[in-house]
Design a protein around this ligand. Structure first.
Ligand code: PM9
Length: 458
């Protein structure tokens, strides 16, 4: 019998106790953390949905691989295994391991961007845009308009608007666009996928203008799953076949291995072009380490190589997305405003609608994340005005989407945990009137959301 929400395709061999706290304790903890969930200690958290980044439970096979770590300074056998996995599954010729995704973003931005360049992308991501800007480029969003509307149900809300892309090329000239950064899936739009058709079209336009296509492949397996489920012609293909075809439309990718390669740390830059690879190896020794380990230990490269094969197992990814859908459905059935459709790694609450009485510069999403923690000990993350940062003139960016992300770690929590999360958010929604926003009392100049501090409005 086909179940609506598929059960866990694993059994639990090791358990990690989690903290149960009182409301009184949580009031102190969140105050001490400046009402920023990033600044809470994990021991103060009951169910941790801050991020799916590096929070994966590894398999027994990956842990066995850790014991086979070859910690030689150069030419480790685990590097060759990682390179082989990238070639087999993604098809790219060269792999440069990095300590995590932003290490790869740093290398890519430095080797490809010149001062004054413009980098189009399907919605910004915090660390990706920061590296582009640090290297003198301007980011330009070319995602379809529907992605900025939380209520619009579209199967491929991560798609690039080809007219916007072409208009940008006409406006600034292809010589100033070294590459387009295509995120598969789009984190800040709600974990929304890009269709194969759109990837192909982006690749065709780019080739015509000699612009490279670089994927942010962080959640590429989730994207492949949505293509199988939603795009005509892919239902009978395996996840691995779909993934391989996706990557054939790119010249390379950055990867935060902390997500879809099922490990706790690591990443890579993958490239086809020999010259670019040469440049990346010249830089990686400055910022990360030898080209054969970058920022990773041998054992971590082995776990990543094994995780990459596990991630393309249909049972794994089917359950992962099903668990997100379950949480989304429970909230939606109770009338809680969420981003639709539910994406591959998280459920996003629409804080502008949840607290429609709080203006955006009183931080409705930051407030909601703090309230969720106070109510239940569940940790979530702001993805709104605080994450968006400020423009060159020092003004806040005011993103259309003011969201709280309930991010589900891979293979960690059960459906029972999802019920606790849903019940507490439904309670909060029913008691939303009168909740007041926050004021920001400290912010760092770059990526402020990590360390910003807030206080309740008087
Ligand atoms: N994503 C996340 O929680 C962790 C850091 S930001 C709070 O979603 C994409 C699409 C990501 C991403 C990280 C990175 C950077 C690049 N692209 O964290 O450096 O979602 O491994 O990857 C986070 P690293």
């Amino acid at each position: 019998m086909e179940r609506k929400y598929v059960a866990e395709p694993y059994k639990i061999k090791v358990v990690e106790p989690i903290a149960v706290t009182t409301q009184e304790q949580r009031e102190k903890f969140i105050r001490d953390a400046g009402y920023n969930t990033f600044l809470l200690n994990s021991e103060e958290v009951y169910i941790d949905l801050l991020t799916d980044s590096g929070t994966t439970a590894m398999s027994d096979n990956q842990w066995a691989g850790m014991m086979q770590g070859d910690e030689s300074y150069a030419g480790s056998k685990n590097f060759h295994n990682l390179q082989k996995a990238v070639k087999d599954l993604y098809g790219f010729k060269h792999t440069v391991p990095t300590h995590q995704g932003r290490g790869a973003e740093n290398l890519l931005s430095q080797i490809m961007i010149q001062e004054g360049d413009v980098i189009p992308g399907n919605m910004y991501f915090t660390t990706t845009r920061a590296h582009q800007e640090l290297n003198g480029a301007t980011f330009r969003d070319v995602i379809i308009d529907e992605a900025h509307d939380s209520t619009y149900d579209h199967p491929f809300k991560g798609n690039v608007d080809l007219e916007k892309f072409q208009a940008l090329i006409d406006e600034v000239g292809a010589d100033y666009i070294p590459y387009i950064c295509l995120a598969v899936t789009v984190n800040l739009a709600g974990g929304q996928p890009v269709s194969m058709e759109n990837m192909k079209a982006v690749s065709n336009v780019s080739k015509k203008h000699n612009i490279k296509v670089m994927f942010d492949a962080t959640r590429c397996v989730e994207n492949a799953y949505f293509i199988k489920e939603r795009e005509e012609g892919y239902a009978d293909k395996t996840i691995a076949e779909i993934l391989h075809e996706m990557m054939s439309y790119a010249d390379g990718c950055t990867m935060s291995g902390k997500k879809d390669t099922l490990v706790n740390i690591g990443g890579f830059l993958a490239l086809n072009d020999d010259e670019l690879y040469q440049k990346a190896t010249e830089l990686v020794v400055v910022y990360e380490g030898m080209p054969s380990y970058g920022g990773m230990a041998g054992r971590d490269m082995e776990a990543m190589a094994r995780g990459m094969y596990e991630a393309v197992d249909y049972n794994y990814i089917h359950h992962r997305v099903s668990q997100c859908q379950y949480l989304g459905d429970r909230l939606e059935e109770a009338g809680v405003p969420i981003v639709k459709p539910v994406g591959g790694h998280a459920v996003f609450l629409d804080a502008k609608k949840f607290y429609d009485h709080i203006p955006q510069d009183e931080f409705p999403a930051q407030t909601l994340a703090a309230q969720i923690y106070l109510e239940s000990g569940v940790r979530s993350m702001e993805r709104g005005i605080v994450s968006a940062g400020r423009d060159d003139d020092g003004n806040h960016y005011y993103p259309e989407l003011e969201l709280v992300r309930l991010t589900i770690p891979r293979r960690v929590y059960t459906y029972a945990h999802m019920d606790v999360v849903a019940d507490s958010i439904i309670d909060l929604y029913n008691e939303r009137a009168g909740v007041e926003g926050l004021k920001m009392v400290y912010e760092s100049p770059v990526l402020r959301f990590f360390t910003a501090r807030f206080e309740p409005l008087e």
